[in-house]
Write a protein that binds this ligand. Structure first.
Ligand code: URA
Length: 441
């Protein structure tokens, strides 16, 4: 087999065979296929796309490039949720304990933040003592004893994805549906869970900017999950403005605890209930309506909060920071951005909010950068709110005053206002399961 012929075949729109895909993924992972040839193939895939069979083969080859986790020792169906990326997305912190408190089993591997999107692992590390690195034996015993654990993803899972993603990042080939789908699903399948819920975000803060491409991505990932024997559903959720009011790390934990206490911003609660409902649904047993009702109940009766405290304690965290979230890190400096005239907030560019939060120190531009757990942004106003002249609609927080300038430059045209309030709609735009698409908005 020659890589040159495989590139040519894809360039001309041909369908690659299982063996050809495996040959390329193995060769690139182990260094016998150079980055220039892999780059050419990735670009050919970007232009020509992939059939369902090719995408499943690519996912399988990437999955098999490294270790796979064996969770069979844990009884019951292990479920995980994956988001394709968002700003202010702290849903994992809320829904993992919701699902576990309703009897689900959540074995969750999460990532760190990169670029404009935050990461669950960084957020959890705002709780003093919380351990996001565990041995596999510790991870398994925590899930067995408490019904949940959230840890950082091990580098050994799907190493082909790590190498391919780095190459996609510098060759403008990230935004390809088969490449995103295989990247996400190879890691999820390697993490050993039995059922998967996908949160495919759509809007200014997401990879997918319109409903058509979001549905296509969700559909591809559901198909891969089902083809590899995992019950999989997907929700398409609105990421046109940050989820909730807080963007940062410690501040997002604070807001997640508000929701676990039965309060918090309604959009965050809505998305968390919908996703937790899906996780209970794919775990088996009840109807989707009953699963959603159970999930909502766990917030209202305090059982999800109780489970979150249990998880924090089990992973070494100091629960007094959950009981009194004002103890979590707060920034030294705060600057508000005020409205120049009266009007409704009609749109927010979520990506710019994420980038500005990163500029304040809350995120990292490259893997390994240090972050300021207290830095971030508070959305004092959400889309649809009325703002009076002189009133702050957004508040910036940092421990390094020199960072305000860059953040303010990024935010310059992140907001739009108008005389009329935009029509409000549900944050859950569509739902997909095998052979079934429901548009909800
Ligand atoms: N998230 C991933 O893990 N991979 C992609 O390609 C895009 C988003």
């Amino acid at each position: 087999m020659r890589v040159f012929d495989i590139i040519t075949k894809k360039k001309r729109g041909g369908e690659l065979m299982t063996e050809e895909i495996k040959f390329v993924v193995d060769g690139f992972t182990h260094g016998s296929i150079p980055p220039e040839q892999m780059s050419a193939l990735l670009m050919a895939i970007w232009f020509r796309g992939m059939t369902s069979a090719e995408t499943v083969d690519l996912t399988t080859a990437m999955l098999k490039s490294g270790e796979t986790v064996d969770l069979s020792e844990i009884p019951g169906k292990k479920v995980d949720k994956h988001s394709t990326g968002g700003v202010g997305d702290k849903t994992t912190l809320v829904l993992a304990p919701m699902v576990a408190s309703c009897g689900g089993t959540v074995a969750k591997m999460s990532g760190r933040g990169l670029g404009h999107t935050g990461g669950t692992i960084d957020k959890l590390e705002a709780i003093p003592g919380f351990r996001t690195e565990m041995t596999m034996a510790e991870f398994i015993s925590t899930v067995k004893n408490h019904g949940l654990a959230v840890v950082g993803q091990s580098a050994e899972l799907a190493p082909a994805d790590k190498k391919m993603y780095a190459l996609r990042d510098v060759t403008s080939t990230v935004d390809s549906i088969p490449l995103i789908a295989s990247s996400v699903m190879s890691k999820k399948l390697a993490s050993g869970v039995d059922a998967i819920v996908l949160d495919v975000t759509m809007g200014s803060g997401a990879f997918m900017k319109d409903i058509k491409s979001a549905v296509a991505l969700a559909d591809t990932m559901v198909e891969i999950g089902e083809a590899t024997g995992r019950r999989t559903t997907a929700l398409i959720t609105d990421m046109d403005e940050p989820l909730g009011r807080e963007v940062g790390n410690a501040s997002e934990v604070r807001e997640a605890v508000e929701v676990l206490n039965g309060g918090g911003p309604s959009d965050l609660r809505e998305v968390a209930v919908a996703l937790a409902g899906e996780m209970l649904y794919v775990s088996g047993g009840a109807s989707i309506e009953d699963c959603r009702a159970m999930a909502a109940q766990s917030l209202d009766d305090g059982s999800a909060l109780k489970k979150f405290r249990e998880m924090v304690a089990a992973q070494g965290g100091d629960v007094s920071y959950i009981d009194d979230t004002s103890k979590l890190p707060t920034a030294k400096y705060h600057v508000g951005v005020v409205a120049r005239e009266d009007g409704y907030l009609t749109s927010v560019n979520a990506e710019k909010i994420g980038l500005a939060s990163m500029a304040l120190g809350a995120g990292r531009a490259k893997v390994g950068d240090a972050i300021d757990l207290a830095a971030g942004i508070t959305m004092m106003k959400k889309v649809g709110d009325f703002v009076k002249k002189g009133e702050p609609y957004v508040m910036l927080h940092t421990n390094d005053q020199t960072r305000f300038k860059d953040a303010q430059i990024i935010l310059q045209d992140a907001f739009r206002g108008g005389d009329k309030a935009p029509t409000s709609h549900s944050k859950v735009l569509a739902r997909l399961e095998k052979d079934k698409l429901e548009k909800l908005v």
